[in-house]
Design a protein. Structure first.
Ligand code: NAD
Ligand code: DAU
Length: 368
């Protein structure tokens, strides 16, 4: 795949332009892709290009409708200049450090971006918004993309997380995202900044960095490597296909209520071992091994993640009823799409695996 290094600058005066942060990552890139299909407005994508940011994820898109700016959400002069030049009518903030295991090995970057960076972005946006005329202020929106992990862990018999559930973050990552959510709430309450926060469950789909469960398992299976299941593999996650998450964010931008939070989830709870078995079974159909070997033979139970949350589950009834959003993909159809995408795009993964990601594999798995 060809590395995209530069995008043609869009007409910055187009009033309907939106600013996306972290748009070279997994969900941000899927959001930009689906946005360009579904909407007319152009996109400016501000991304630092950390290890997780990859311009390959935006390959092939209409360059007249997206502008890429490399930079940090915490760089105040860059963000202020960008807001003044682009004058976006909305901002969708995906930029974050997102991997729980990395936050356990080294929380610094999580505090720097997810807390301090988000705070600085928020202050720049407040200043920008306060200088708008009344009608622009009225329609402006800041959507902050957050996670269900802020709510902590559920017992097997507890009801799924609601928007009113208490925050009980358990990992450095979750604590950093919960902090950013609190900033959002306070900036709306105190300054009336039109912020909407979304709290979504586990996403999967194309372009997900292969450190996360589903792409890691697909890649390792295809490479003939062990499939490392943490602990007993009975932890539960609520899986949502990434394009369904993107559609939910578009619905929130369109009709969400400023100051509100919306839980987003697939109502599709699975244990990790069920997910790994499902991947193995699809691979057996799509890429059968010689002598009909089962990919399940590669499963290896390894030492658990410290502080591993047992169960997440989202009650998405608010967004379903208020904004009439619902997921299109079932877990079965979404997972099959995903496996097929990774099988068809092995060059995408190979480019990542040839880089610093190798060092991460050593750090995370050698002592397990
Ligand atoms: P990702 O790690 O794939 O991508 C993050 C992107 O942000 C990368 O492109 C990276 O370069 C960029 N970035 C990081 N620090 C930055 C900074 N300081 N300034 C500018 N850009 C920066 O993450 P993802 O899985 O796409 O998640 C996106 C957002 O959605 C995150 O906020 C995450 O907390 C949230 N979320 C993720 C999931 C999930 O299952 N992946 C679920 C719910 C919520
Ligand atoms: O719930 C939403 C969150 O989902 C997002 O906010 C995070 O950004 C995203 O990374 C994801 O967090 P998880 O920790 O749930 O995802 P991860 O893919 O890392 O792990 C999913 C489950 O699989 C979890 O219970 C840990 C387990 N796991 C993960 C890896 C990488 C394994 O058993 N083996 C592994 O090698």
């Amino acid at each position: 795949m060809v590395q995209v290094t530069q995008f043609t600058s869009v007409d910055s005066k187009r009033k309907r332009t939106i600013l996306v942060t972290g748009g070279a990552g997994f969900i941000g890139a899927n959001f930009i892709r689906t946005w360009l299909d579904a909407e007319e407005a152009s996109v400016v994508n501000l991304d630092k290009l950390t290890y997780a940011g990859n311009l390959d994820n935006l390959h092939g898109l209409d360059r007249t409708r997206i502008e890429f700016v490399q930079g940090d959400i915490g760089d105040v002069s860059l963000v202020k200049g960008l807001l003044d030049r682009v004058r976006p009518r909305a901002i969708v903030n995906f930029a974050a450090e997102s991997h729980v295991d990395r936050s356990i090995h080294g929380p610094d970057d999580f505090i720097a971006t997810n807390v301090v960076g988000t705070f600085r972005l928020l202050e720049c946006v407040r200043e920008y918004w306060q200088r708008m005329d009344a009608s622009e202020r009225e329609t402006f929106r800041f959507v902050h993309v957050s996670t269900d992990e802020v709510y902590g862990s559920l017992l097997a018999d507890e009801v799924p997380f609601r928007e009113t559930s208490a925050f009980q973050p358990n990992s450095p990552y979750a604590a950093s995202k919960a902090s950013s959510d609190h900033l959002m709430r306070a900036w709306h309450h105190t300054y009336a900044l039109p912020i909407i926060t979304t709290n979504c469950s586990n996403n999967y789909g194309p372009f997900q960095f292969p450190e996360k469960l589903i792409p890691l398992m697909i890649q390792n299976a295809l490479d003939g490597k062990p499939l490392p299941v943490y602990g007993d593999g009975l932890q539960i996650r609520d899986w949502l296909y990434v394009e369904d998450h993107c559609a939910a964010i578009r619905a929130v931008l369109r009709a969400g209520k400023p100051g509100s939070t919306y839980n987003i989830g697939g109502e599709s709870e699975k244990t990790n071992i069920e997910v790994v078995h499902a991947i193995c079974d699809i691979l057996e159909e799509e890429c059968p091994q010689a002598a009909k070997q089962s990919y399940r033979n590669q499963i290896a139970f390894v030492k658990d993640r410290p502080g591993h949350d047992r169960r997440y589950a989202i009650d998405a009834s608010k967004i379903r009823h208020e904004l009439e959003w619902r997921p299109i993909q079932s877990f079965e159809s979404g997972l099959r799409n995903t496996v097929r995408w990774y099988v068809a795009n092995r060059a995408w993964t190979a480019r990542i695996l040839s880089g610093s990601y190798r060092d991460w594999i050593q750090t995370n798995y050698s002592a397990r």
